[in-house]
Design a protein around this ligand. Structure first.
Ligand code: NI
Length: 389
């Protein structure tokens, strides 16, 4: 049972309309100009101090409470994905090949609704609320640019949420510690020596070596990782060779590595390098590893996580407060590296669908819009708990 706060219930249609309008007009990466304008205008209409052009196209709104106190930041991401929408909803994307397939339209609407309700509670606030709307969560790390432009200056704590179709409406995922993975990428170049397929002597077969590499890299997860922790090493692409009777001189592989801790992340990098050096030596090939860091792991702080749990348990019954983990990446991690906070999940599987059947980033993505109201209710409750009492 979810108890939507009455002030949110009152503006229910407005929140849903905002979400549908954003869904219909999705924008990519840093190009969230229309969305940012809607956000800025809305925050201005509530009487907030608004800064635009933060982190290129982000928007920051400040609600100054009547009484002094800490500054709490709430964050939403605004960007969509390069996906062609195949669902048939009335608010279907009007932009070919662009779609809100992760629910960031919902995050923006949740935070706007939250801002409206909190603005009306301004006189009771002992502290300030900073509303952070960032671009480019999907890959370009918009959060880093927001931080560089000072969005966390004078902020004491930060909170963010993700609609989560892997859980039913009413279930929340809140857990301290690591909740989303470091999402790194790598290219491996194997340089051998080609030759005739029937005369392997004197050649260095890059394809045979790639087989050794694929097998050996899996031992990082199975033999080097503590079995009570989680890591993933995936080779997602492999390219090489010319013909059935030619020994390949070159193979290129691409993959991703995921981990929940900086220690495991470093361990994967070091082991990959050692394994590749060893295989290169053993087979007389030149092997180059090009490894790049993606988003860091998203690591929640314990005290702030407890605060979210307490607020959430006033909105849903205890059953709803369930931890949930994902090996996906999230650039909220950058904020959590700077200041304490918590990133949590709002169950949003579409009505009548099993969780998992409409996954994030799929072309028919949609969610249960009641989750918008649940998200706003939790944010409002959290601020009430933190700044009014
Ligand atoms: Ni997302």
């Amino acid at each position: 049972m979810v108890h939507i706060r009455p002030e949110i219930e009152d503006i229910k249609n407005e929140i849903i309309d905002l979400r549908r309008d954003l869904h219909k007009h999705p924008e990519l990466g840093f190009e969230v100009h229309r969305t940012a304008k809607i956000v800025a205008d809305y925050l201005l209409s509530l009487g907030l101090e608004v800064k635009t052009g933060i982190g290129k196209t982000g928007v920051v709104g400040e609600l100054i409470g009547a009484n002094p106190g800490p500054t709490i930041a709430l964050r939403a991401d605004m960007d969509a994905l390069p996906v062609q929408e195949t669902g048939n909803v009335p608010y279907k994307s009007i932009h070919d090949g662009i779609m809100h397939a992760c629910g960031h339209d919902g995050h923006t609407a949740i935070l706007l609704g939250t801002a409206k309700v909190l603005a009306s509670m301004k006189d009771k606030l002992h502290g300030n609320v900073r509303f952070i709307f960032q671009p480019a969560e999907e890959g370009d790390g918009g959060a880093r640019f927001m931080i560089e432009d000072g969005c966390l200056d004078q902020v004491d704590e930060i909170y963010g949420l993700h609609l989560w179709n892997y859980q039913s409406y009413g279930q929340m995922g809140i857990q301290s510690g690591s909740v989303m993975a470091a999402a790194d990428g790598f290219h491996i170049y194997i340089k051998g020596k080609g030759g005739h397929g029937a005369a392997p002597q004197g050649t260095v077969d890059a394809i045979a070596i790639s087989g050794q590499i694929i097998t050996a890299l899996q031992t990082i997860v199975s033999r080097n990782t503590n079995p009570l922790e989680n890591t993933v090493v995936t080779i997602g692409k492999i390219n090489g060779g010319y013909n059935f009777n030619v020994i390949a001189d070159e193979v290129k592989m691409e993959g991703t590595a995921r981990s929940y801790t900086e220690e495991n992340r470093q361990m994967i990098k070091t082991r990959m390098k050692d394994i590749l050096d060893g295989i290169g030596k053993a087979f007389d090939a030149e092997i180059i590893l090009d490894y790049w860091d993606g988003y860091p792991p998203t690591i929640n702080h314990e005290i702030q996580t407890e605060k979210v749990k307490q607020a959430t348990c006033k909105i849903t019954d205890n059953l709803g407060c369930r931890p949930y983990l994902s090996m996906g990446g999230e650039d909220f991690s950058y904020y959590l590296q700077k200041i304490p906070g918590c990133f949590f999940f709002i169950g949003s599987a579409p009505l009548g669908h099993e969780p998992m059947s409409v996954p994030h980033h799929c072309s028919h993505f949609d969610f249960d819009e009641r989750a918008l109201l649940a998200g706003s209710s939790i944010f409002v409750q959290l601020i009430e708990d933190l700044l009014i009492s």
